[in-house]
Design a protein around this ligand. Structure first.
Ligand code: NAP
Length: 265
């Protein structure tokens, strides 16, 4: 029997990090598919506007504001969504943040904050959701990682490491979640135009508009493969370079990122 794939008629889609960027667009697109979408982020005003912006779509968006770093709040959010709307059949753990860290000036608080949001912010939602999906015998879960998970990159020692943790977490969970008919997927985007990338001062190769990125995610959620990654030319190039021995990897990546032109000192 093939693993469960969520459908709007089966229940609710829950998205974290839905107030801006990829999560916002994905909430709108899933509502267009007919889902009732529970939308979580901290910014209540933005979530209220999002809910209004979904008017006219087949489904609707209902705000459930919460901070993903608070374990009790996430458990309470899952409880509230299911009580008010119905069973969560699709959960997309998308909330995330990016703090650049220079290896020459590492700052512990940037690692802590990154892990609180990007890693524990997923765990705190995933645990109560999987518990409920297990009791119902079906569900679909997707976690937003990043292509930075594939290997070390300049300034990404906090962000990339947190996303690598998510990839490993999802792949490790897959063995057991398959046994309880819960499909788990990892979404690894390249660069997407959102508030998160607005602050980047470097050229971003193959930068993708957010509506296109969201379409690719919807397609991937529907087709159900373990990894949803785009744009392919960037993610496959990164996958290929990460298969090289490190003595080749570092000079290539230093050249590609311009880090080879930085001075020692
Ligand atoms: N843009 C890219 O190029 C790119 C590439 C690869 C992966 N990603 C990943 O895609 C996901 C979405 O990123 P984005 O580019 O759309 O960024 P974004 O526009 O900055 O969105 C981040 C979302 O996460 C929410 N969030 C942050 N901290 C939170 C917290 N403590 N509790 C609840 N919600 C929180 C934010 O809402 P509030 O501030 O309202 O809480 C916002 O809705 C992230 O996981 C990111 O790492 C992005």
């Amino acid at each position: 029997m093939s693993l469960y794939r969520a459908r709007p008629q089966d229940g609710i889609a829950w998205i974290t990090g839905a107030s801006t960027g990829i999560g916002r667009q994905l909430a709108l697109d899933l509502a267009a598919e007919g889902y009732t979408v529970a939308a979580t982020a901290r910014d209540e005003e933005r979530l209220a506007t999002l809910s209004q912006d979904a008017a006219g779509r087949k489904g609707r968006i209902v705000p459930f504001p919460a901070d993903v770093t608070e374990s009790a709040a996430m458990a309470a959010t899952v409880e509230a969504i299911e009580r008010e709307l119905g069973p969560i059949v699709l959960a997309v753990f998308n909330a995330g943040t990016y703090y650049p860290v220079r290896g020459t000036e590492p700052k512990a608080e940037r690692y802590v904050r990154t892990y609180q949001i990007n890693v524990f912010g997923v765990v705190f939602g995933l645990v109560p959701v999987v518990e409920r999906m297990k009791s119902r015998g079906r569900g679909q879960v997707a976690i937003t990682g990043s292509v930075t998970a594939y290997g070390g990159l300049p300034t990404a020692s906090a962000y990339g490491a947190s996303k690598a943790a998510l990839t490993n977490m999802a792949a490790s969970l897959k063995f057991d979640l398959d046994l309880i008919n819960v499909r788990i997927q990892i979404i690894n985007p390249g660069f997407v135009e959102t508030p998160l990338t607005e602050k980047n001062e470097f050229p971003m190769p193959a930068l993708m508009p957010v509506d296109k990125a969201s379409r690719r995610i919807v397609q991937g959620l529907t087709s159900g493969g373990f990894e949803i990654t785009f744009p392919r030319r960037l993610s496959w190039a990164l996958k290929a370079v990460n298969m090289l021995p490190y003595w080749l990897y570092f000079p290539i990546m230093a050249k590609v990122t311009g880090w080879d032109r930085r001075r020692r000192g």
